[in-house]
Design a protein around this ligand. Structure first.
Ligand code: TRP
Length: 467
């Protein structure tokens, strides 16, 4: 029998709401913006294959581990790990892994909010017809003008943080569940409308080839990137999925649920790619790689094809909704923890944490303009410096936080959760929670969690750091 505990924060009405929530967390800027351009950059079909391998061998095992740990513990990730570790006779220090994840999630939120804020600016710009007939240079100029203006960036960053805080403050059922029930269907409808539209552009097959053109010699080239992206796109390694697991009904099957989330997330990424590239080609643009794709190339494309104004506006609404359902999952682990720990109201805790993330996010805002010269992690001729103004090398604030989280904290967190589920929890506990009918399947999944996935993370982690 699964554990009988329930969470003090509330519970999802059904396993479907968990799927909505976890998919909402997973589907975000990673799918709509990053995946399409990475696929183009790392060799189309070859990258897609590597990505699928990473999703199934590493990403989904972590998601499974997080979900089962979360549901077993029914508390915020930090307290869940603490309680379960003590119950299993292990050190309570395991909770530090969740503490690190919680901080990582807040750091990710700090810059995610800034980028998501751009979509607010573009919804208005597109809606007003600001991109009607623009050239690439003009669109590039418009994007440059946005990022160069700290006040405008601050406005959107603030607004997005308020939107995130608003949903979280209302609680698991009245806020998250209710919001997700509206936003997720909207997201799917918008995506399908865009896909249908892109099929009418006459460049659908060109886009298709770009995305799936298979170059076997490039298989290994994108492996590291694929693994990193598998973490980010599934939202694993920080406790977001774990806290959602804590609100999951007792009898829902974890294995098939997690599989559904992984498939949905991948489908959205593929459909986003299929929808976007034909539009890019139809607008006479090149699918140039990098952040420019979403904020420069696409606006030009939309500005130069039929119904581009309305479709472009809808597209940025889609980006906003996808980012919003992700950002709430970054805040929830810390809110749950502080509510448990301090006994204060959710509204108060949410306000304080959102303000904190907002402040850190201001570092990202400034890193695009007046603070661009503030460099961190500088390896200069005179050795390593944590901070140096105007250094030639090093990373600006935004890049540093991105690097610290995606390359270091996410893999470490994922590894810790795998080891916890695989080696700290008793085998019988895991068997009970997973409740798989087929013993062979259970063994297979168990060894994925215990051995295959941790090794995968370790190998990639070490290789990354040595680059
Ligand atoms: N998965 C989201 C995306 O693809 C981002 C995200 C949400 C995330 N929660 C997370 C990333 C937690 C890392 C950790 O955009």
């Amino acid at each position: 029998m699964a554990s009988d505990k329930i969470s003090i924060h509330g519970a999802w009405a059904s396993r479907w709401v968990f799927i909505l929530a976890a998919t909402g967390s997973a589907v975000g800027l990673g799918n709509i913006w990053k995946f399409p351009y990475m696929t183009g950059m790392y060799g189309g079909g070859a990258f897609v294959m590597m990505y699928l391998v990473c999703i199934f061998l590493v990403g989904l095992p972590i998601m499974l581990a997080e979900t089962l740990i979360g549901r077993r513990g029914r508390q915020s990730p930090v307290n869940t790990l603490k309680t379960l570790a003590i119950e299993s006779g292990a050190s309570a220090k395991w909770s530090w892994a969740a503490m690190m994840g919680m901080v990582a999630a807040l750091l990710i939120l700090s810059f995610y909010s800034v980028v998501a804020g751009w979509s607010l600016d573009y919804i208005i710009g597109m809606g007003r017809g600001q991109f009607e007939g623009v050239t690439a240079q003009e669109a590039g100029g418009a994007f440059g003008a946005l990022t160069a203006d700290p006040w405008r960036l601050t406005l959107w960053h603030t607004l997005f943080m308020v939107l995130t805080g608003f949903v979280i403050a209302r609680g698991v059922v009245a806020g998250l569940e209710r919001g997700l029930r509206i936003m997720m269907p909207m997201l799917f409808v918008l995506l399908l409308v865009l896909l249908g539209y892109s099929m009418t552009t006459g460049h659908f097959m060109q886009g298709f080839h770009f995305l799936f053109n298979f170059q076997p010699d490039r298989l290994l080239h994108g492996l590291l990137a694929a693994m990193g992206h598998a973490f980010f796109t599934l939202s694993v390694g920080v406790g977001s999925i774990m806290v959602y697991g804590a609100y999951m009904p007792k009898h829902a099957s974890i294995g098939s649920t997690v599989l559904a989330v992984g498939i949905l997330d991948t489908l959205v990424a593929l459909v986003a790619g299929l929808a976007l590239f034909p539009i890019v080609f139809a607008g006479g643009m090149e699918p140039g790689a990098g952040p420019g794709l979403m904020f420069v190339t696409l606006p030009v494309a939309f500005g130069n094809i039929a119904f581009g104004q309305i479709m472009g506006t809808l597209f940025f609404v889609l980006v906003l909704v996808a980012a919003w359902t992700s950002s709430i999952s970054m805040l929830e682990p810390a809110v749950a923890y502080l509510v448990e720990r301090t006994g204060r109201s959710r509204v108060l805790v949410t306000s304080v944490l959102a303000l904190l993330c907002w402040l850190v996010g201001m570092g990202t805002v400034l890193s695009f303009n007046i603070g661009a010269e503030a460099k961190f992690f500088v390896f200069g001729e005179d050795g390593f410096r944590l901070f140096q103004w105007g250094a030639a090398g090093g990373m600006n604030f935004f890049d540093s936080i991105d690097y610290l989280t995606s390359r270091i904290l996410l893999p470490l967190g994922g590894l810790a959760f795998l080891l916890f589920a695989g080696w700290v929890l008793k085998r019988d506990t895991v068997r009970e929670e997973l409740a798989m009918k087929n013993p062979l399947l259970f063994s297979l999944v168990y060894w994925l969690v215990r051995l295959v996935a941790p090794l995968g993370v370790l190998i990639v982690f070490v290789t990354e750091l040595m680059k």
